[in-house]
Design a protein around this ligand. Structure first.
Ligand SMILES: *[C@@H]1O[C@H](CO)[C@@H](O)[C@H](O)[C@H]1NC(C)=O
Ligand SMILES: *[C@@H]1O[C@H](CO)[C@@H](O)[C@H](O)[C@H]1NC(C)=O
Ligand SMILES: *[C@@H]1O[C@H](CO)[C@@H](O)[C@H](O)[C@H]1NC(C)=O
Ligand SMILES: *[C@@H]1O[C@H](CO)[C@@H](O)[C@H](O)[C@H]1NC(C)=O
Ligand SMILES: *[C@@H]1O[C@H](CO)[C@@H](O)[C@H](O)[C@H]1NC(C)=O
Ligand SMILES: *[C@@H]1O[C@H](CO)[C@@H](O)[C@H](O)[C@H]1NC(C)=O
Ligand SMILES: *[C@@H]1O[C@H](CO)[C@@H](O)[C@H](O)[C@H]1NC(C)=O
Length: 460
């Protein structure tokens, strides 16, 4: 047994404690007619990816935990291939993930991974960012080569005893939605079950990004992060995963590989990581709204009046203006202490992951952005345990009405603009409009939000 397995199974006191806590939390999340032991068995069944009865996987848990944990990342043909050759790749529309449970050598300066192999296998190039379908994003993601070698490999300069996970902080980072959608959530999905016993190699390394997410990264791996561009040596690992698993927009699907984690587990992880106190909105006494203010486009031109109106209704209002460098420590706490979040369609709404269960999330939908609003936030919100409402603006609430006049296709037929191509539509609807909210109508929306929370506001 290598050092990896010893720490994992026997554990340091803190790891053992973590294990007990996890078992306890797990047990408490199952219906009460299951005994804790039954729940734990259930948990192990999930762990084995539905092969709980299979002796092979159960033996592996004990004999070689690292192989076992890597094996959870593949199913079906991919798993058979991994068992036979020690190497496997899975490709879908959004991401490619390649992994090996054989000891590898990585040349950091060439971003090349050497895998020992006596069988002939095709070399692979992976761009480790979960938005494969988007050429623009992928232009900002360096390729990582995986080469099978039957000859001698380069000599190790540094030997590590846990597997490496290689992923990019390039792509669309700089936008909160993309940071969670393509990196943070996929990272959680791919590596949570390793219980911090793995080492990150972050390509396209952006120091500000790594700093911004340092709390999350240090919860997921207890080892120093390697920036290959700054550490141009030869490193050796007992295994490697290149690329991250992706499920859906801001989504974690309990039934998809590696299995066992849902959006609720992720929210719970965020609460622990950022020391957020409120799990359920019922713990918040006062009615409180957080309004996400946008600085550049899709602004609320009468934001001051909106705030006044909400205060008159009896809400306490916090206005926050997140930008790409904003500390999550600060805003996560504000959002977690509110029972309503209001904002125009845009990346800032990703902050909904910090809302307590049962909070109301009001998305203001600008002209022409119905599909994007529903796809990126409306749909995912339903899986987050929050109550979702949309406030769809009328043409006379958009600055586009003055710009184009009431009969222009931009106003009456947004579809025709989208048919001209994404960039044309983006210029008009995403970057080119601001909003002046109808306070009479918006007031109704907030009264409904209060009702959804089971409150009647003072003026009602
Ligand atoms: C158990 O898993 C191994 C390796 O994937 C496979 O070869 C075997 O057929 C499985 N056995 C059963 C009973 O499913
Ligand atoms: C690692 O890659 C660099 C850049 O391609 C190359 O110059 C160097 O020789 C490689 N080192 C080894 C040990 O292969
Ligand atoms: C190593 O692989 C190459 C092809 O990739 C093959 O020509 C050669 O015979 C192999 N050598 C050994 C020792 O297996
Ligand atoms: C490179 O990585 C090794 C192992 O993680 C570490 O000990 C060393 O300090 C790093 N070197 C630099 C220049 O960061
Ligand atoms: C989760 O994935 C399964 C297929 O693996 C699918 O049937 C199900 O609809 C997904 N759930 C959600 C909430 O998307
Ligand atoms: C929040 O707590 C209330 C009251 O305890 C409960 O009825 C409700 O189901 C909880 N909401 C969620 C989403 O867990
Ligand atoms: C605001 O909405 C209300 C209710 O839909 C409507 O009667 C009113 O005319 C609107 N006000 C303006 C200025 O458009």
């Amino acid at each position: 047994m290598g050092e990896f397995s010893k720490t994992l199974l026997l554990g340091s006191p803190s790891l053992l404690f973590l294990f007990v806590v996890i078992i306890f939390l797990y047990a408490s999340s199952f219906p009460s007619d299951l005994s804790p032991l039954g729940s734990w068995k259930q948990h192990l069944t999930d762990w084995t990816g539905g092969l709980g009865q299979n002796k092979t996987s159960q033996d592996l848990v004990v004999k070689d935990p690292m192989k076992y944990l890597l094996r959870r990342l593949v199913r079906g043909q991919d798993r058979i291939q991994l068992d036979f050759t020690g190497f496997s790749c899975h490709n879908d529309l959004h991401s490619e993930v390649c992994l090996t449970n054989k000891p590898i050598v990585i040349n950091n300066s060439a971003l090349t991974i050497y895998i020992p192999s006596d069988q002939q296998q095709l070399d692979h190039t992976v761009q480790p960012y979960a938005r494969k379908e988007d050429g623009t994003a992928m232009k900002a993601v360096a390729p990582v080569k995986m080469i099978h070698r039957n000859t001698s490999l380069p000599a190790c300069r540094f030997n590590h005893h846990v597997p490496a996970m290689v992923f990019s902080s390039g792509g669309f980072t700089g936008n909160l939605f993309h940071e969670f959608n393509e990196v943070i959530i996929p990272l959680f999905i791919t590596c949570r079950h390793f219980r911090s016993e793995l080492q990150f190699i972050i390509t396209d390394f952006k120091p500000w990004w790594v700093e911004k997410y340092s709390r999350i990264l240090s919860q997921l791996s207890r080892f120093e992060i390697i920036n290959p561009a700054a550490n141009a040596s030869i490193h050796c690992f007992p295994g490697v995963v290149v690329g991250l698993k992706y499920h859906d927009n801001l989504a974690l699907n309990y039934t998809k590989i590696p299995g066992g984690y849902s959006m609720f587990d992720f929210k719970d992880f965020l609460r622990t990581t950022y020391n957020l106190k409120i799990q359920n909105v019922s713990k918040i006494q006062k009615l409180s709204v957080v309004l996400i203010s946008r600085p550049m486009s899709r602004r609320f031109l009468n934001e001051g009046k909106m705030v006044e109106m909400m205060e008159e209704l009896g809400f306490q209002v916090d206005v926050i203006k997140p930008n790409r460098m904003s500390s999550l420590d600060k805003f996560s706490g504000v959002i977690n202490s509110c029972n309503v979040m209001v904002g125009a369609h845009g990346a800032g709404l990703t902050n909904a992951v910090f809302l307590p269960d049962g909070a109301v999330f009001v998305q203001v939908v600008p002209l022409g952005l119905d599909w994007a609003s529903e796809t990126y936030f409306g749909g995912p919100a339903k899986e987050m345990g929050v109550k979702y409402m949309k406030y769809k603006i009328d043409p006379d609430e958009s600055t586009l009405l003055d710009k184009y006049g009431p009969d222009h296709p931009v106003i009456v037929d947004p579809m025709s603009v989208f048919l001209k191509g994404y960039y044309a539509a983006r210029e008009v609807y995403v970057d080119g409009q601001d909003m002046k909210i109808n306070l009479t109508r918006f007031r109704e929306t907030l009264l409904k939000a209060g009702k959804l929370l089971g409150r009647s506001t003072p003026l009602h």
